[in-house]
Design a protein around this ligand. Structure first.
Ligand code: NAD
Length: 542
C-alpha cells in the first residue's frame, strides 16, 4: 500500500482544435465520419462487463437524414435492469475499497484516450448521432468531457485533503465513504459530456452506477462506455442499460439499495422520479440523494447602453447554436425600443448568412433537431405564434422533416411579455423578442425575473457598469449562471461551475466540489488516548 498523500494539480482546460481544411484533425475526422456512416454497428447492453443482447431492439438514426441507420441497439427488460443493479452492488466492494488515486488514474486515462486516440471517434459519433456540427461536437464530446474527467480528479483530491482538527488527547479523522448502495444515472441526449460526467463524478468518489442513456444519443454514449473500459474501469462499476426510460426507472426505484439519482433532463422526468422516490421512501436503506439539472427559459436583458452588434451576435449564437437544444440556450430577449431597429437589422443579417443542413458539410452552422417529437414540438410553438395577433415572425418560421428534422432558426416578436413562447421551455431554435420602453427598465427587469418558473442562465448586456450592477442584484435568484456582456451558454468546467435553481434543478454545480460532495457519506472517527475512568464531573469531586 502506498501511503503517500497525493495532490493532483489544477489542470488546464482542453484546447479546442480548429479543424481548418487539410489540418490533420480535419482529415482524421472526415475519415471517421465516413467509417461510421458506412458501417452501422450493434450496441449491446454492458452489465458486469458482459455484452448482453435481448430480443427487443431499436435503431439509432441520424436526425439530419432519418432514413440512415447508424446502429441497432438492444433494449433492457426488467431482468436486465435487476442484473445491472446486482452487478453494481457486487462491484461496489472492490471499487469503494480501491485507493482513490487508482480511481483517479482511470479517469485521467479516459481523458487521455478521448483527447487523443478516440478524439475523432467520439466527435464523429456525436456529430452523426446528435446532429452537431464540428465545433459543437468538439466543445462538448471532447473538450468538456476531458475537462470534467480531469477537474473532478483535482476537486476530489481537495475533498480528500480535508480533515478535522485533533485536540489534545484525541485523534479525529474523516473517512470519505461512497454512498451505500448504487447510483442511478439518467442522461439526456444533448451533451455527450453530461452523459460521461453523470457517471464519472459518482464513480470518482467510489460509487458504482446503473446508467440509463438517452436512446437518441446511444452512439456516442456507447463509445464512451467502451473508452471507460479501455481506460481500466473494472466490470460492473458502470452498467450501461439502454431501453425504455419508464420501464428502467420503475424497476430501479423499487430497489432498497438505491443510494442516489444523478439526473439531467426535463422537469417532467425528474419530477416523476422524485415523486416515486418519495412514495417509496420508507423502503430505502438510506435517503437517496437526488441530484438533477433540468429545464431553463434563459434570457438576455439588453440595457439601453448596450452595443447593438454585440447583443445581436450573442443572441443569435446563444439561441441557435446546436439548434437551441442547450439547457442554457437563450429563448427570450428584452430589448429597449431605442436599440431595436439596429439590433433587428443585425439579427436578420446573421440569419440570412447562416446555413442549415447536414453535419458533414462544415459550412452548415445549423443542423437538425434531435427527433420527430422535437420537430413537431417546435413547429407547434411556431404555428401558435403564426396564428396569434400578439406575435410576428420576423425570421424563419418554416420546418421540413422529409429528409431530416430541420427547423429554421425562428425569431418571434411579441407585444405580450407573458406570451406563451416567453414563458415555456421549447428546447429548439425559437427565440422570442419583447421590445420594452426605455423608460420602463426597472419594471422590465422585474418582469424578466418573474416570467418563468426556471432559474438556469441569463445575461445582461450593458456598457453602464452601475446599471449592470443594479440588474445583477435585481436578478439574483433568476439564474444559477449569470453573464455580463456574454451569451449565457458555453460554461466551461473549472471556470463557470454550472447549474440552476428554482425549477431548473438542485443546483449542485456539475464539474466541481459541490457536486462531488453529494456522492460521499463521510464517517467521522474520534479516537481518545486516555479514556475517562471517572463518571463524576470535576465540581462534584470538590
Ligand atoms: P428527457 O427528460 O426526455 O430524458 C432524459 C433521460 O430520462 C433520458 O435518458 C430518458 O430516456 C430518461 N427517462 C425518461 N423517462 C424516464 C423515467 N420515467 N424514468 C427514468 N428515466 C426516464 O430529457 P431530454 O429530452 O433528453 O433532454 C432535454 C431536457 O434536458 C431539457 O429540458 C433541458 O433543459 C434539460 N437539460 C438540462 C441541463 C442542465 O444542466 N440544467 C443540461 C442538459 C439538458
Amino acid at each position: 500500500m502506498n501511503n503517500a498523500i497525493f495532490n493532483f494539480p489544477l489542470p488546464s482546460n482542453e484546447t479546442v482544435l480548429e479543424y481548418k481544411k487539410d489540418s490533420t484533425e480535419r482529415k482524421q475526422l472526415e475519415r471517421e465520419l465516413q467509417k461510421q456512416l458506412l458501417d452501422p454497428i450493434e450496441i449491446p447492453l454492458i452489465i458486469g462487463g458482459k455484452e448482453i443482447r435481448t430480443a427487443q431492439t431499436g435503431q439509432v438514426k441520424m436526425p439530419h437524414r432519418h432514413e440512415h441507420v447508424l446502429a441497432t441497439y438492444y433494449k433492457a427488460g426488467e431482468k436486465e435492469v435487476k442484473m445491472g443493479i446486482n452487478a453494481a452492488l457486487e462491484a461496489h466492494h472492490i471499487w469503494s475499497d480501491l485507493s482513490w488515486t487508482v480511481r483517479a488514474s482511470i479517469l485521467l486515462k479516459a481523458a487521455e484516450l478521448i483527447s487523443g486516440k478516440y478524439r475523432a471517434v467520439i466527435n464523429a459519433a456525436t456529430m452523426l448521432g446528435q446532429s452537431k456540427n464540428i465545433y459543437q461536437a468538439e466543445i462538448d464530446a471532447v473538450c468538456e468531457t476531458v475537462d470534467f474527467l480531469k477537474f473532478n480528479v483535482y476537486f476530489a483530491s481537495r475533498i480528500y485533503g480535508m480533515q478535522p482538527n485533533s485536540a489534545f488527547n484525541q485523534l479525529n479523522k474523516m473517512e470519505f465513504r461512497p454512498l451505500e448502495g448504487f447510483v442511478f444515472t439518467v442522461s439526456p441526449f444533448n451533451f455527450t459530456s453530461i452523459a460521461s460526467n453523470l457517471n464519472m463524478a459518482p464513480v470518482m468518489m467510489g460509487n458504482t452506477t446503473v446508467w440509463k442513456p438517452a436512446s437518441t444519443s446511444l452512439l456516442s454514449n456507447y463509445y464512451l462506455m467502451k473508452i471507460f473500459r479501455e481506460a481500466g474501469l473494472p466490470d460492473g462499476v458502470i452498467n450501461f442499460i439502454p431501453g425504455s426510460g419508464s420501464l428502467i426507472g420503475k424497476t430501479v426505484l423499487k430497489s432498497p439499495d438505491l443510494a442516489g439519482i444523478h439526473f439531467t433532463g426535463s422537469n417532467e422526468t425528474f419530477n416523476s422520479l422524485w415523486k416515486e422516490v418519495s412514495r417509496q421512501l420508507s423502503h430505502y436503506r438510506s435517503y437517496p440523494r437526488l441530484i438533477g439539472e433540468t429545464g431553463g427559459k434563459n434570457f438576455i436583458m439588453a440595457h439601453p447602453s448596450a452595443l447593438s452588434r454585440e447583443v445581436a451576435v450573442n443572441a443569435y449564437r446563444g439561441a441557435f447554436e446546436f439548434q437551441g437544444q442547450k439547457c442554457s440556450a437563450v429563448s427570450r430577449i428584452y430589448i429597449p425600443s431605442s436599440l431595436w431597429p439596429e439590433i433587428k437589422i443585425e439579427l436578420l443579417k446573421i440569419c440570412a448568412e447562416a446555413n442549415m443542413g447536414d453535419v458533414t458539410d462544415p459550412m452548415n452552422f445549423i443542423n437538425a433537431v434531435i427527433d420527430e417529437a422535437s420537430f413537431d414540438n417546435c413547429m407547434n410553438y411556431i404555428n401558435y405564434a403564426l396564428c396569434s395577433p400578439e406575435a410576428e415572425i420576423i425570421a424563419g418560421g418554416h420546418g421540413d422533416k422529409q429528409v431530416g428534422y430541420f427547423v429554421e432558426p425562428t425569431i418571434i416578436v411579441t407585444t405580450n411579455p407573458r406570451f406563451k413562447t416567453m414563458e415555456e421551455e421549447i428546447f429548439g431554435p425559437v427565440l422570442t423578442v419583447f421590445v420594452y420602453d426605455d423608460n420602463k427598465l426597472e419594471e422590465t427587469v422585474k418582469l424578466c425575473d418573474e416570467t418563468s418558473p426556471y432559474g438556469l442562465t441569463g445575461a445582461v448586456f450593458s456598457s453602464d457598469r452601475v446599471a449592470t450592477s443594479v440588474m445583477c442584484e435585481q436578478l439574483r435568484y433568476s439564474t444559477g449562471n449569470f453573464y455580463i456582456n456574454d451569451k449565457p451558454t458555453g460554461a466551461i468546467v473549472g471556470l463557470q461551475p454550472f447549474g440552476g435553481s428554482r425549477a431548473s434543478g438542485t443546483n449542485d454545480k456539475a464539474g466541481g466540489e459541490f457536486n462531488l460532495i453529494r456522492w460521499i457519506s463521510p464517517r467521522t472517527i474520534k479516537e481518545t488516548f486516555q479514556p475517562a475512568s471517572e463518571f463524576r464531573y470535576k465540581y462534584m469531586m470538590e
